[in-house]
Design a protein around this ligand. Structure first.
Ligand code: CA
Length: 234
């Protein structure tokens, strides 16, 4: 395995120093951001292989940094909390971290977690074929016929897959009901007009964090549907 880059987001010097030395010794390239704003900037510049993210940070909390990163990347993230009660908060908020450690921790323990998370997630992003469509935390790879939602492979029936494909390929644009029916079912569309809505509903149940208030597959009244790109920073 080539040398992996780790972005350490931490504002306490003692931890920064320990991680810089300890992780370098384990063969990682270490980059440090000391606040949340810098973390987001450095992430874009470095595209690290893994992020170690302290919860309590100046400017933007680690929780918000994690949410921002998840909108655009499936990078492995390990959150660092000062108290175990913070873990419950982080887990409860479902911010999208892959693992958690509580201070104080041993670098050796952290490295073991890092390697485990990186093994678990190594096929998440880098094996996508070129034609893969990515919008926020939804990825569709037509060649492999694979959909991933928040990093997890989702099994979609054929018509749901095709519907999501059309929506993602036209993300940000309104697709009329007729356009969607034509492209997904063509002349095979024999159901009543509810067939499309039923499939949209099933897709939302898988794609939306909260299917009762869709924010990805949006209804455009009187017209059709749109896959919203607002969650994807441009
Ligand atoms: Ca801190």
């Amino acid at each position: 395995m080539a040398e992996a880059t780790v972005l350490v987001v931490e504002d306490e010097e003692a931890f920064v120093e320990a991680l810089e030395i300890g992780l370098a010794r384990e063969g990682f390239r270490v980059q440090v951001a000391r606040d949340g704003v810098l973390a987001l900037e450095l992430f874009d510049a470095l595209r690290p292989d893994i992020v170690i993210l302290d919860v309590m940070l100046p400017k933007i909390t680690g929780i918000d940094v994690c949410r921002e990163l998840r909108k655009k990347s499936a990078v492995p993230i390990i959150m660092v909390t000062a108290k175990s009660s913070e873990i419950d908060t982080v887990v409860g908020l479902e911010v999208g971290a892959d693992d958690y450690v509580t201070k104080p921790y041993r670098v050796r323990e952290l490295v073991a977690r890092m390697r485990a998370v990186m093994r678990r997630t190594e096929h998440r992003e880098d094996d996508l074929t070129q034609d893969a469509l990515v919008e926020g935390d939804v990825t569709l790879d037509p060649e492999k016929h694979e959909v991933r939602i928040r990093g997890e492979v989702a099994a979609l029936p054929l018509k749901e897959f095709e519907l999501l494909h059309v929506l993602l390929a036209n993300a940000g644009r309104v697709m009329t009901r007729d356009q969607l029916i034509d492209r997904v079912w063509g002349s095979d569309y024999v159901g009543d007009t509810k067939t499309l809505d039923v499939h949209i509903k099933r897709l939302r149940a898988k794609v939306e964090p909260d299917p009762s208030t869709p924010e990805r597959i949006i209804t455009i009244r009187g017209l059709g549907y749109k896959f919203d790109t607002a969650l994807t920073p441009t």
